[in-house]
Every structure is written in C-alpha cells, then in structure tokens.
Design a protein around this ligand. Sequence first.
Ligand code: NDP
Length: 281
Amino acid sequence: MAGKDRYAVFGCPIKHSKSPRIHQLFAEQTQQSLEYTAQEVPAERFRESVTGFFSRGGKGLNCTLPLKELAWAFADLTTKRAELSRAVNTLVIQDDDRILGDNTDGCGLITDLKVNHGISLKNSRILILGAGGACRGILAPILENSPHHLILANRTRQRASDLAAEFCILGDIEACDFADLKGQQFDLIINATSASLNDQLPPLADDLLAREGVCYDLAYGNKPTSFVRWGMDNNAKKSLDGLGMLVEQAAEAFFLWRGIRPQTKPVIDVLHSARRFVSGV
Ligand code: NDP
C-alpha cells in the first residue's frame, strides 16, 4: 500500500508553528490521506533540505521566516503573485518535477478581511504600518481591491518609499514615516510590522483611526497583540489579529496541493477556542 503523501513547513524557529494542526484539520475534513510536519531549517541549510525533501517523494512545502525569499529564488517557476511579492510561502512539485513557487499570504489576508469579517476595501482609506516582507506580499492584492488611497508608514522611511515606487503602477500609494501621519485618519489600519512579536507598538497618534474603523494585526499570539489592544483602546469597530489570515493562506496552499478547498471557519474556530480568546470582539 502506498504511504501517505508528505507535506511540511520549513522555517527557523518552527516549534510553535500552527501549520501542522491546520493541515491535519483540513485533511480530516476533506478526507485526504496526507502527513504534514514542521521541520526546523535554518537559511544555510535551505537548499539541501528542500532538494532532499522533494527527492524523497515530498509533494509540497510551506516556507516561513526566514526562508520565503530563498524559496522564491529556488523555485523553477513562480506565479505572478509570487513575483510581485518576491517571496514564496508554498512550493509544489509539478508532474515534470519542476518546483512551482506561489505566495498565498496576500490572498489569505484579503479572504479573512472580506469573507470572514465583511470588511470592504473599496474606497477605503488604508494605512499599512511596516515595509518588510509581509507588507510586500499584501500590497498587490490590497491595491487590486481599489482602496481610496493607501499609505505605507515605516520606521525606516526609505524601505516604504522603495515599495511605494515599485507598486504605484497598481494604484494610489504613498510612503511616509510615522511622524507624517499626524492629522490623518484611516478606515483600515494594518500592522505589518513585527513589533507585536515583542509586545511593542509603532508610535501611533490616538486619532489615527476613523469612526467605525478597523484594525488588523498580521501577527497573532495566544493573547491579544499590542496592536489589537491599541485598536480596542481606540474604539475600533473590529480589532483583529492574523490568525484568520494564517488559516486562509494555508487553505489556499492546500488547494494548490490537493485541488480541494477546505472550509476554513471550523478550523479558525478550533484555533480560537484553543487560545481562549476570540480576536475582534
Ligand atoms: P520583516 O522582518 O520583513 O519586517 C519587519 C517590519 O517591522 C519592518 O518594516 C520593520 O521596520 C518593522 N518593525 C520591527 N520592529 C519595529 C518596531 N519596534 N517599531 C516599528 N516598526 C518595527 O517581517 P515580516 O514582514 O516578514 O513580518 C511582519 C509581521 O507579519 C510579523 O509579525 C509576522 O509574524 C507577520 N506575518 C503574519 C502572517 C500571517 O499569516 N498571519 C504571514 C506573514 C507575516 P524597519 O524597516 O524600520 O526595520
């Protein structure tokens, strides 16, 4: 009898990854026979680890910090959204043994915002904090949703300016640093900095969020992140963390690998109940 199809997530650190649990739940729900493991792979062992995984019959990989740019460079061919983000979080082996690289992060965020939380981006004033890899991955899908305008604010202003210059062909986008935000208001503020991971916050004025505005932190944890708490303190209509995005990007990867789209809500509910608080309420 043939063994189970094998998938994995590579990253460093990887111990706390929720991806094995998410994919196990997807597999049970869709009755797919597969195994999905988490493997600690530092950047310097990326190439040999990926090559070894696929040569031993592995079907697909997720790549997380700090490997997404390496995965983009490694893939034999890439999707348009991976090219735009210059990062790959999903590798798929093709019938001809070439490795396809895709990036499902941006699509995961948009699905969580629009489908799971009913948040419309069209004509919204949107602020993104941060200009790192995650920001790059979400810019194109956000601009495709026709916001009124999009501002990128980053501690290192030049990084935001570089991204704005690169993505301005897709829509109205401007760069600034945090101090320049004074007096402006936004309907949606997305925290794409990694500050929350250290329980820190970028310096944000109290009047930055418009009435009925929404906050979304790409980071997530077992308690509300510092930015989710900032949103709550500033009367956000919703103040959400990135757990839903994580599940949605995983569902998109699962679809690429298995051709079946799992239902995400039951899985999000399981992960929410495991951490005993529901973000956004
Ligand atoms: P990067 O290291 O590429 O970028 C980090 C960004 O955060 C930079 O813009 C950096 O500014 C900024 N930053 C870091 N610390 C601070 C601080 N104390 N104050 C202000 N700005 C700060 O990280 P990523 O872009 O890969 O990840 C960003 C976040 O997104 C992480 O929390 C990550 O966990 C999350 N994420 C969530 C996903 C999900 O599925 N929910 C998917 C992908 C990422 P500077 O340029 O000045 O250094």
